[in-house]
Write a protein that binds this ligand. Structure first.
Ligand SMILES: Cc1cc2nc3c(=O)[nH]c(=O)nc-3n(C[C@H](O)[C@H](O)[C@H](O)COP(=O)(O)O)c2cc1C
Length: 372
């Protein structure tokens, strides 16, 4: 698959739908990134089961009825030249959470919105997501097969909706990460203990998704390269996982971080997770997407030019500037052809005029020169 450029909009939960159904909000929210020139637009963490949602407001793909709304978004992204991806997710012990603007932490009988009761959560082990969170039910082996099958069914629906890319969410402290990390996985049954055993269930899910997803379509897996705590997952664990992912036919590892073990005990700054993407790329021999405080076109270009990653994910900066990709093309190559045709040529001629005028000097709103 060829993207028009290497900029991807990283998945961003909007907590803004009911019963999993996307509508006009998502068409506009995601559509503006296609108009803004991004090569790939990834739909937010999408619940493969209702229990796997982070909140009552999450997007879902646990039913065929969810397909038409997403297909409408996909069609718009395609019409505007972007590839469409979707992140398939199960929140595990971090399910049944409040929307961030309603507070932080789990839904309780006391803080629930009307009609939005809390639901029981599941995980690798009976380890709560944090202090004050409910104890999740540790999934039995039979129940693991059900979760795996839910990922597979959602993958088939993603294909039915016309998506080009599926990303399996194995990061940020959600269910598959809860298996990977020694902080949350205390199992003794072959799905916990050693690194190999902790990787087993996430790899079973990925293998089943790969088998269900058309061979010619890219499969991404998002990982937390390290846990927030220095006591948890290490980059060596993640390289080992990435090697297995490559063997299973995964195309790109989307290298994020954190989500378990409290805060972030590692260096923080512009592009702070880029070195993890570079390490995975080099040591596991697989393409990577780098993400995390990439905020500038030249910075994004340098991520690719230095060989740290193959794709650059942009989240918050894209919310602030949905036109980030077209602005980047203009800044780096003076090109206007990634703008929609409705805008590009007119902006190019306006900018030639502005070049003749020089910057607006103010404070007078009118500042004219003689027409030539
Ligand atoms: C509003 C918001 C929602 C997010 N939702 C998701 C999500 O659904 N899935 C996911 O893997 N990461 C999610 N993230 C993390 C982003 O994809 C990204 O990795 C992170 O924000 C760092 O990139 P940035 O500095 O460009 O924002 C979210 C981030 C934000 C700001």
């Amino acid at each position: 698959m060829t993207l028009r450029n290497r900029l991807a909009v990283a998945p961003m939960c909007q907590y803004s739908v009911t019963d999993g159904f996307v509508g006009d909000y998502h068409l506009v929210h995601l559509g503006r990134f296609a108009l803004g020139g991004f090569g790939l637009v990834l739909v937010e963490a999408t619940g493969v089961t209702p229990e796997g949602r982070i909140s009552h407001g999450d997007v879902g793909l646990w039913s065929d009825e969810h397909v038409p709304g997403l297909a409408r978004v996909v069609d718009f992204l395609h019409a505007e030249g972007a590839a469409a991806g979707i992140q398939l997710a199960h929140a595990g012990a971090k399910a049944s959470s409040l929307r961030p603007w309603d507070g932080s932490g789990p839904v309780t009988e006391e803080n629930a919105r009307p009609g939005e009761a809390p639901w029981p959560t599941v995980s690798a082990s009976d380890v709560p997501a944090g202090p004050g969170w409910p104890v999740p039910h540790a999934l039995s082996v039979e129940e693991l097969a059900e979760v795996r099958d839910a990922f597979v069914a959602a993958t088939r629906r993603a294909e039915a909706a016309g998506f080009d890319v599926v990303e399996v969410h194995a990061a940020h402290g959600y269910l598959l990460h809860q298996f990977l990390s020694p902080l949350s996985n205390r199992r003794t049954d072959g799905y916990g203990g050693s690194r190999e055993a902790r990787m087993r269930f996430p790899l079973e899910v990925v293998e089943a998704v790969r088998a269900a997803w058309p061979e010619e379509k890219p499969l991404l897996v998002r990982v937390s390269a390290v846990d927030g705590s220095t006591e948890g997952l290490t980059i060596e664990d993640t390289v080992a996982f990435a090697r297995e992912l490559r063997t299973l036919g995964v195309d790109v590892v989307d290298v994020s971080g954190g989500g378990l073990g409290g805060g972030w005990e590692h260096p923080i700054g512009y592009g702070y997770q880029v070195p993890y993407a570079a390490t995975v790329r080099e040591q596991a021999g697989i393409a990577t997407m780098a993400v995390g405080l990439v905020v500038d076109a030249r910075q994004a270009e340098a991520v690719v030019a230095t060989g740290a990653a193959d794709l650059v994910g942009i989240a918050r900066e894209a919310q602030d500037d949905p036109n980030f990709a077209v602005h980047a093309a203009r800044e780096l190559t003076d090109a206007y052809d990634t703008y929609p045709v409705q805008a590009g040529p007119r902006l190019a001629s306006r900018d030639r005029l502005l070049g003749r005028l020089g910057p607006w000097a103010g404070p007078d709103p009118v500042q004219v020169v003689q027409a030539s």
